[in-house]
Design a protein around this ligand. Structure first.
Ligand code: DC
Length: 219
């Protein structure tokens, strides 16, 4: 049986930074499930399907063949044979991913892919429904969070460091809106699994969080 670590939590909690670092230290494969929802969203944008078109999204998602490969230690997402990593991290794709991920047909397809990956490799997988739906039997489940003010400030610092102008209050409002949508959707909403360990990173450094979670894994 493979060894699986599930990390769930709201946008901006630091899931991918933490999961990547732990994967490296523990020799696990890092599976970024948000990137799969983003690839599906990119497909819908390219096909001209509207975010509100539930029926169109459910029908069209059958035409999207999404696969994952690992190249130089990085997860690469292929959409119908094309490496689409470079197109996934935009606001447009992120917002479309939040909208398309509410459709059960989309979730079913991507959850099957995620479960197949976890069955064949020791991995650390991050997302919104990993501990609750995708890997209910994961050996370790972490629910990673931080206050919306702290998450907004981290995002603000990241953007200003890149020289991008942005507004802290607006970033916090966007984060709270996305939390609401992810936590209140009908299918597989974001919530802490009963057997997940809560890690609030509001007052912790990245290194402290990594050390703390590795400690939990080793217990
Ligand atoms: O983690 P992220 O920002 O890359 O995720 C993009 C969107 O995909 C997010 O708003 C919700 C959705 N998502 C999901 O529904 N289930 C997951 N396991 C991962 C992401």
């Amino acid at each position: 049986m493979s060894y699986n670590v599930a990390i769930d939590g709201p946008a901006g909690a630091g899931k991918s930074t933490i999961a990547k670092a732990i994967a490296k230290k523990k020799g696990l494969i890092y599976v970024d499930t948000g990137a799969m929802y983003r690839a599906m969203a990119l497909f819908m944008i390219r096909e001209g399907i509207a975010a509100q078109d539930a029926e169109g999204i459910s029908r069209k998602c059958q035409e999207a063949d999404i696969t994952i490969a690992y190249e130089n230690g990085e997860q690469v997402v292929y959409l119908n044979g094309e490496n689409v990593n470079a197109y996934l991290r935009t606001e447009e794709v992120g917002n479309m991913a939040s909208a398309t991920s509410v459709q059960p047909a989309v979730r079913k397809k991507l959850v099957e892919l995620q479960q197949a990956l976890a069955a064949k490799s020791d991995c650390i997988m991050d997302g919104r429904d990993i501990g609750t739906c995708v890997l209910p039997n994961a050996q370790v489940k972490i629910y990673l969070t931080a206050s919306s003010a702290v998450r907004a400030k981290r995002r603000y610092d990241e953007l200003t460091a890149k020289g991008e102008a942005c507004d802290l209050a607006q970033i916090q409002a966007d984060i709270e809106e996305r939390d609401y949508r992810d936590m209140n959707r009908e299918h597989s909403p974001l919530k802490q699994a009963e057997d997940a360990i809560l890690v609030d990173t509001s007052d912790m450094s990245v290194d402290e969080v990594i050390e703390h979670i590795i400690g939990i894994c080793e217990e």
